[in-house]
Design a binder for this molecule. Structure first.
Ligand code: SAM
Ligand code: CA
Length: 272
């Protein structure tokens, strides 16, 4: 039966409404997909870091097979030490080693040595006449790894200073000859002093030189709610790390790049 004129218009209106709804749903669907894609891009790295299997894959396929023998030996010695949580991870060691070679670093500083895994990664990367001014309040731990460094024929590159790093840096900046004389600095010690170190290192490292600040994601605690359960030392240093991260991004003297390697490393390239 043919629809009457009135029925036809009602049917047409309904169809139009349905088409409109379909268009709306398609648009919303597209928007949802797009926003999900953006979200996924944003959390991509985070999920990468949180996948233990993927991290293990990186270690087993890229890091361990190419880890220099002395680094492996030092890693195994350190693993038996009660504070082994402090050591630089093998993938970060590989990264540092590569970075130092890429920037042709020769004269370097390390603040926070522990048993010396990052120190060894540095010593292996710099040339035979390269130097590392290494500072730590604890000599005992440094001496645990020292035989490995000696056996590898690298000890002559290291000038180890036992004690707090700040007075050593203060002494260095007293002499204008030291200004802009370092190619690289790695900071991996007391987080409450990172900004104090930065204030001095910025003058000691040359323009174009690099400073690496370690643990700038501080066990992921930088995004944890203040009342989240945290180990005591994580909670204590958390605010200092947050403050440092805010301050470094606002420093026009450096270009920065925060990498989710290890516990987060912020690379600063001095530009003025
Ligand atoms: N980079 C080391 C590695 O690859 O194994 C890890 C360093 S560990 C996380 C931190 C070190 O900083 C400890 O060995 C500690 O004794 C040292 N430290 C703490 N406060 C310091 C200070 N004020 N000056 C120099 N070293 C300090
Ligand atoms: Ca560290």
């Amino acid at each position: 039966m043919m629809p009457t004129k009135g029925q036809y218009f009602t049917q047409e209106k309904r169809r139009e409404r349905e088409r409109e709804r379909e268009r709306e749903m398609a648009t919303n669907g597209e928007e949802t997909k797009q926003s999900q894609e953006i979200k996924h891009q944003e959390v991509g790295h985070k999920s990468l870091l949180q996948s233990d299997e993927l991290y293990q894959y990186i270690l087993e396929t890229s890091v361990y097979p190419r880890e220099p023998e002395p680094m492996k030996e030092l890693r195994e010695i350190t693993a038996k030490h009660p504070w082994n949580l402090m050591t630089t991870s093998a993938d970060e060691g590989q990264f540092l080693n590569m970075l130092l070679k890429l920037i042709n670093a020769k004269k370097t500083i390390e603040i926070g040595v522990y048993t010396g895994y990052s120190l060894l990664a540095t010593a292996l990367a710099i040339p035979d006449d390269g130097t590392i001014l290494a500072m730590d309040i604890n000599r005992e731990n440094y001496e645990l790894g020292l035989p490995v460094i000696q056996k590898a024929g690298l000890a002559h590159k290291i000038d180890f200073r036992e004690g707090p790093a700040l007075p050593v840096l203060d002494q260095l900046i007293e002499d204008p000859k030291n200004y802009g004389s370092f190619d690289f600095a790695f900071v991996d010690a007391d987080k409450d002093n990172y900004w104090n170190y930065h204030k001095r290192l910025i003058d000691l490292v040359k323009v174009g030189g690099v400073i690496g600040y370690d643990n700038t994601l501080w066990n992921g605690s930088v995004v944890a709610p203040p009342d989240a359960p945290m180990r005591k030392y994580v909670r204590y240093y958390r605010d200092f790390v947050l403050e440092f991260n805010k301050a470094i991004v606002a420093d026009p003297r450096v270009e920065i790049c925060q990498l989710p390697v290890g516990d987060g490393i912020t690379l600063c390239r001095r530009i003025s």
